[in-house]
Design a protein around this ligand. Sequence first.
Ligand code: GLN
Length: 308
Amino acid sequence: MGSKINYQDVINSIYHDICSEENIGHIANYIPELSKVDPNKFGVCIKTVENEELGIGDWQTKFSIQSISKVLSLSLAYKIIGDSIWERVGVEPSGNAFNSLIQLETDNGIPRNPLINAGAMVICDMLISHTENAPKEFLNFVRNICANRKINYSKSIANSEKSVGYRNIALCNFIKSFGNIKNDPKLVLDFYFQMCSIEMTCQELTRTFMFLVNDSFESPDHKRVLEVNQAKRINAIMQTCGFYDESGEFSFKVGLPGKSGVGGGILAIHPNKYSIAVWSPKLNKKGNSSRGMKFLESFTTITKSSIF
Ligand code: GLN
């Protein structure tokens, strides 16, 4: 496409346009601790394979990444266990809300995909079975690929979610009744709530996810994170399942593999080009960041960089 795109100019201009519009949607208040977040926070960061790293707004402020962490736990399980993970979790979009119980009954406790709550819990259960200390190893994995030892769980957010986690508790016990959770559901839920409570900035998110952008990415200890073929599959699952019952809409409007979280973050990948993170806490009806969706739609339109 001719001359090099000035990403800083592009993100600045979209950011300011969106700031001049009404900030619509609702902050996730079913997790009491998340309802305390300032709804006007808004940050963006892009990191390219050429190592350009550009941001605007609150791009260096930490927030709760929530379900974005499900891509990371899936990646760790895939790395440790390999293809047998697909015997216990599917790869089909659910077309339902992230915390839905509905399909589990007819699907005999096999979650549709690893990016809905049910699927992420089964992945957490696998990690507990295959590691000495799953919360510790998961955190180490994330710190290592981001090259940042300061990344951490938020105890207050994990406890806050646990205190009202009735639906997730039901989900985990329901899957256990089909035999697809092997460990004590209490252990699995504690790890799940911890995993969702990880806090990162937009800048840290873009750095962390470079292993899905760049085929030759190595972590600081010079190890491959995933095989090329595995990274391809994780991107495919993000493309088809990353936004729950709005995954088709995200593909249609933005056209990148991505993942959202109820903390208001969205992370998207352009394989071999860039990773981009947007954070704005107000969510639309499907539980995805309203401004985040809008920002990314404009971004891939202006830069002509949808994968399609
Ligand atoms: N921890 C949240 C939950 O289980 C994650 C949901 C999300 O980010 N979509 O409800």
